[in-house]
Design a protein around this ligand. Structure first.
Ligand code: SAM
Ligand code: SF4
Ligand code: SF4
Length: 346
């Protein structure tokens, strides 16, 4: 039975896009994602034998593709920590109906040969996270002891490896790295990489988010425009998350992702698969749907597709639209626990 033709959730949204977390581990401890006081020595990461195998991930992805998914992004945690990731990439690249295979990484492990190997295996687009060019600000955010020069080298290798696109993701936080917006714009103008500014989000339960720390997409554009004049661009496709702008002098384009100030839940066509095999239908969900058990008891693509179809049909998520009322309802007290972004994949 073909479910893809008319699969939509309870708000009429299709399923097009899947993020696959291949590990919950990371070699960074970004304050906004995996703060050290929570993800320290005592934190228990998933044991290796709990992770889905590459074969199992492929089976689940094939089930999603049956339902209309055309874009898959590998993420984590830090996906390059997963051994032999290229083998998974090659498996997924062999799925006919999949148009787009992408990777999000902190680039710390992106050597030149790794970048080329990922490209050869079938990664088409790479997003790299980088929040500052000032070494001290960079370290204050990422809380690691590895030099910024390594990341910039990783970006260089990626730009030279022939990917269809390379994007740099910068999470902007008031009082932390607003001063880095113009230097980052200046650095990546004309580089071939598209810089995207992301509003700081209240993901997970530990990043001490408050609205006061959000520097909005509008404020970002208003800051850049007088220095490097900008013109708005049309979206590449309906429902594109980033709003696109081009430099008026031809220096390339940037994007702004306004998850807080202008939520885009109305067109959210994205599901997430955790490294152990749970499906999450929202980045801010408290729990996922277990595909692991059926997978382990031998369910194939068709049966998994039936299950995913039922999950998607029941979906109502729109956390970012409801954020204000949910937070008000909690009276400034504890919100219900959300899954961690490093666990389900950003
Ligand atoms: N480790 C990889 C990396 O950093 O690129 C992939 C996983 S990371 C969770 C994916 C993306 O989520 C990164 O671009 C990161 O900056 C973003 N992110 C994490 N926490 C965030 C937050 N609180 N607000 C906005 N973006 C966040
Ligand atoms: Fe690691 Fe990425 Fe989270 Fe930073 S944002 S801690 S690099 S998973
Ligand atoms: Fe999609 Fe949830 Fe983000 Fe809204 S808050 S855009 S439903 S992931």
């Amino acid at each position: 039975m073909n479910h893809a033709a008319n699969l939509s959730d309870r708000r009429g949204r299709a399923l097009r896009d899947l993020r696959v977390s291949v590990t919950d581990r990371c070699n960074f401890r970004c304050e906004y994602c995996m703060p050290r006081d929570v993800f320290g020595r005592d934190h228990r990461f998933l044991p290796k034998n709990r992770l889905l195998s590459f074969e199992e991930i492929e089976t689940v992805v094939r089930a999603f593709v049956r339902l209309g998914v055309r874009k898959v992004r590998l993420t984590g945690g830090e996906p390059l920590l997963r051994h032999n990731l290229e083998q998974l990439v090659a498996r997924l690249a062999g799925i006919d109906a999949l148009d787009d295979l992408a990777l999000t990484t902190n680039a710390s492990l992106l050597t030149e040969s790794r970048a080329h190997a990922l490209r050869r295996a079938g990664i088409r687009r790479v997003n790299i996270s980088l929040d500052a060019l000032d070494e001290q600000i960079y370290r204050n955010i990422n809380r690691i002891n590895s030099p910024l020069a390594d990341i910039l080298r990783g970006i260089g290798h990626t730009l030279g490896a022939g990917f269809d696109s390379v994007k740099i993701n910068m999470v902007v936080q008031k009082g932390v790295n607003v001063s880095e917006i113009i230097p980052m714009a200046g650095h990546f103008r004309g580089s071939g990489a598209i810089l995207r500014f992301i509003e700081f989000m209240d993901t997970g339960n530990h990043n001490h988010w408050s609205l006061d720390q959000v520097f909005t997409a509008r404020e970002i554009i208003d800051l850049i425009d007088p220095v490097y004049p900008l013109q708005p661009l049309d979206a590449n496709y309906p429902g594109e998350v980033a709003k696109r702008w081009r430099y008026a002098d031809g220096g390339g384009e940037i994007g702004v992702i306004s998850s807080i100030s202008q939520p885009f839940c109305g067109s959210c066509a994205r599901a997430r698969l955790s490294a152990v095999g749970e499906v999450y239908t929202c980045l801010f969900a408290s729990s996922g749907f277990n595909l692991r058990a059926p997978l382990k008891s031998g369910a194939g693509e068709a049966e998994l597709a039936e299950r995913i179809s039922a999950i998607w049909r029941g979906r109502r998520d729109q956390y970012s639209v409801d954020r204000r009322s949910l937070r008000l309802r909690s009276g400034g007290g504890k919100m219900s626990q959300k899954v961690e972004m490093s666990y389900i994949g950003g």
